[in-house]
Ligand binder design. Structure first.
Ligand code: AMP
Length: 283
């Protein structure tokens, strides 16, 4: 496994592989590090689709808002590298902020329209602009054939598919299933912010999504709003702050009675941690 901190060295390595093999397939797994089994599942999928797997580790400042956890976000490079070596990644790209953004703040912006303004975009209004910018840059730097993103960040995955389509990157985007702890909590780097008592409460998020799914599967369309309100109240009554708990179709539009593929998405503050989860529902 090779590790590069600069774009020039990374591209020189990738070009040498491209010179050696015609139609070399490159896979990209973008991450912010502090890796867990969810990230490793993405690497495993990438290995099935590519000859060379590149994992980027970059805590991207442009996707953090003022007062968010950019400074305190966990940075655990040595442990990440050990996990990636075991997982069979070929190349790790771990650039500095200056390498990615020689001009800071960058002049160019990537806006994703209405898709970036719902759900997480309401409480983090500039978040997806930063995500679109860094992912667009990584796509141009690595020029992957395939890129893997987790469904844990369902809205992010939808925005990246849109970016790929509308800016004609031509990359195969694969959405990976959510990897969970045994008690159902979706694995996340931000779970590390949970105190033991908050960690004990956190599985209620996934349990609530499972109950909503069970109710929606047997309900009429007219009752969906009541179901959502009931479980929103239940979470609030447990003392949790619900940022959102919403039902959409799989294109992240308001559901209609004709939609068969739905998704319930939530962001909940559990102590200091703002945790995301979602569950797909096929009627
Ligand atoms: P992050 O390092 O949090 O930016 O995540 C990097 C990638 O890993 C994103 O595509 C996430 O959606 C994905 N990811 C994070 N947690 C999980 C999980 N529990 N299961 C599957 N994918 C995940």
């Amino acid at each position: 496994m090779k590790i590069f901190n600069t774009i020039a060295e990374l591209q020189s390595e990738l070009n040498s592989h491209r010179d050696e093999k015609i139609a070399l397939k490159v896979g990209l797994v973008p991450t912010m590090g502090n890796l867990h089994k969810g990230h490793i599942s993405l690497v495993n999928i990438a290995r099935q689709h590519a000859d060379i797997v590149v994992v980027s580790i970059f805590v991207n400042p442009t996707q953090f808002g003022v007062g968010e956890d950019f400074d305190s976000y966990p940075r655990t490079l040595d442990d990440d590298l050990a996990q990636l070596k075991t997982a069979g990644a070929d190349i790790v790209f771990a650039p500095s902020v200056n390498e990615m953004y020689p001009t800071y703040p960058p002049n160019v912006q990537v806006l994703s329209g209405g898709m970036a303004q719902i759900l997480c975009g309401k409480s983090r209004p500039t978040h997806f602009d930063g995500v679109g910018l860094v992912v667009g840059k990584l796509f141009n730097i690595v020029r992957p054939d395939v890129a893997i993103f987790g469904k844990k960040d369902y809205q992010q995955l939808a925005i990246i598919r849109q970016l790929n389509d509308e800016l004609n990157f031509g990359i195969k985007i694969i959405g990976a299933e959510i990897v969970r702890a045994d008690d159902g909590l979706a694995l996340s780097s931000r779970n590390g912010y949970l105190t033991p008592d908050k960690r004990a409460i956190a599985p209620v998020i996934n349990q609530t999504l499972q109950k909503i799914k069970a109710d929606i599967l047997t309900a009429d369309f007219e009752n969906y709003a009541n179901i959502m309100q009931k479980y929103h109240n239940d979470l609030t009554n447990l003392g949790l702050t619900v940022d959102y708990l919403e039902l959409y179709n799989d294109r992240l539009q308001a559901p209609t009675p004709d939609d068969k593929n739905l998704v319930v998405l939530t962001a909940v503050f559990v102590g200091k941690a703002r945790l995301l989860d979602n569950l797909e529902i096929t009627l």
